[in-house]
Unconditional design. Structure first.
Length: 429
């Protein structure tokens, strides 16, 4: 077990792409077309930034009285943007889609009687990406299930509920306990490594000691049966002192979860926790404000007002950098006023680099602001990956350092800070 302390040496660079006021907080950001980033601004709209030129290229207003139920995404597979809009006085968001060529200035123009509605609530929108020829978007509902919608925003397929699609073990559990999907709530989710799926962490309200981690993948196409299959599923024990999972990333070979007590765990074997890797992060805030599962749609969303509740960012965020490396971002004490981004690996469980985005520029590191990161396609001139970083009032781009294919003893031991004990979060890892 290692500890990442608040004094880790800065080994990256960052730049602010855009600043937004407190009345229009940033909900999230992700990769856009080519070398752009797409940001969702609560109460304002969707903004596209050119990451090379570091300028705003275009935007679409959300529409008077409308609200985003989740951050918008761009799907590189079909070349379309997707957003879930909540019209005034309604509880079921409408799924809308558009392209750069569409002559719309405000997204509410895309909502009409024929729009696809999402009555089961929304935990997140996740782009399918280039992992499937059809592309589209995956809608994760508040119960942790996944639905695949195509380029026309029409449903193509849906997953089995979490806890019921994981093969033989799940079937045995289902026979003993019956369906538990109604008792589940999605705590966090993230795009699968390489696209084409989503990793979801769900909590069973009847068992606070474990979480179910599920990888859903979309399969099939125009000439084959489309489906959302459960690629793998396992139960993860909640670390002592943690109340929930706040971030997740993973793919076919591994999964990583950031817990609310600052413990990061990499699960390289989906059915053997004895092989997991653990790091404790000192500094940073990991408790996301607001209750899990509160998103627009269905009965859970009926009592939710169109206000800043939709704009709450997670307290920590994670993105895959490929090759078993993951970027983990936190905000709060010890993060310099912006976001602290560290690069971990799932094989050895060590820290390879750490950087702070624009230190001191975001009001002293307000933990309530939250952070969301996403990997941008390609690399910079030095071969290092780039991330788009959304914090409460800003959208930034960060360059992080990732080692080559050969991990040295320096990587495993020298850069792993084992000295910070008292400053770490409480509880055993």
């Amino acid at each position: 077990m290692g500890i990442l302390d608040a004094e880790q040496t800065d080994s990256g660079v960052s730049v602010v792409l855009g600043r937004h006021g407190s009345s229009t907080p940033v909900m999230g950001a992700g990769a856009g077309p080519d070398t752009t980033a797409v940001a969702t601004i609560h109460g304002d709209g969707v903004v596209v930034y050119d990451c090379d030129a570091q300028t705003k290229t275009r935007s679409w207003a959300v529409g008077r009285g409308h609200a985003f139920a989740a951050p918008a995404v761009f799907d590189r597979g079909c070349g379309r943007y997707f957003a879930a809009l909540l019209p005034p006085g309604e509880t079921d968001p409408a799924l809308v889609t558009w392209t750069d060529a569409d002559p719309i200035a405000s997204l509410d123009q895309a909502v009409d009687a024929s729009s696809t509605r999402l009555p089961d609530g929304i935990a997140a929108l996740v782009a399918v990406g280039e992992g499937n020829d059809d592309g589209g978007v995956i809608v994760v509902d508040v119960g942790g299930g996944a639905r695949w919608f195509g380029a026309d925003a029409r449903k193509l397929a849906a997953s089995a509920p979490p806890g019921e699609g994981g093969g033989v073990d799940a079937e045995k559990k289902k026979k003993k306990t019956g369906s538990a999907s109604a008792k589940r709530v999605a705590e966090t989710c993230g795009e699968a490594n390489g696209g084409g799926g989503v990793v979801v962490v769900t909590a069973d309200r009847s068992n606070a000691d474990v979480r179910t981690v599920t990888l859903y993948e979309v399969t099939g196409g125009e000439h084959g049966g489309r489906s959302v299959k459960t690629a793998w599923e396992f139960e993860a024990s909640v670390p002592e002192g943690a109340s929930r999972a706040v971030a997740v990333a993973g793919g076919t070979d591994d999964a990583c979860v950031m817990w609310s007590n600052g413990v990061w765990r990499a699960y390289t074997s989906h059915n053997d926790e004895s092989r997991m890797r653990t790091l404790v992060t000192a500094g940073g805030a990991n408790e996301t404000p607001g209750a899990a599962g509160k998103r627009a749609g269905g009965k859970r969303g009926a009592a939710i007002k169109v206000d800043n509740n939709f704009a709450v960012l997670p307290a920590a965020s994670m993105a895959s950098l490929g090759g078993g490396f993951y970027a983990v971002a936190q905000v709060g004490p010890g993060c310099g006023g912006g976001a602290r981004i560290a690069v971990f690996d799932s094989k050895y469980g060590c820290v390879h680099s750490c950087t702070e985005t624009h230190p001191g520029s975001s009001g002293g590191g307000d933990a309530a602001g939250g952070v969301r990161i996403a990997a941008l396609p390609g690399v910079d001139g030095d071969g290092d990956p780039r991330l788009v970083v959304a914090i409460a009032g800003e959208v930034a781009m960060a360059q992080v350092s990732v080692p080559g294919p050969t991990v040295t003893l320096l990587d495993v031991l020298g850069r792993l800070n084992l000295a910070a004990g008292p400053d770490g979060p409480p509880g055993a890892a």
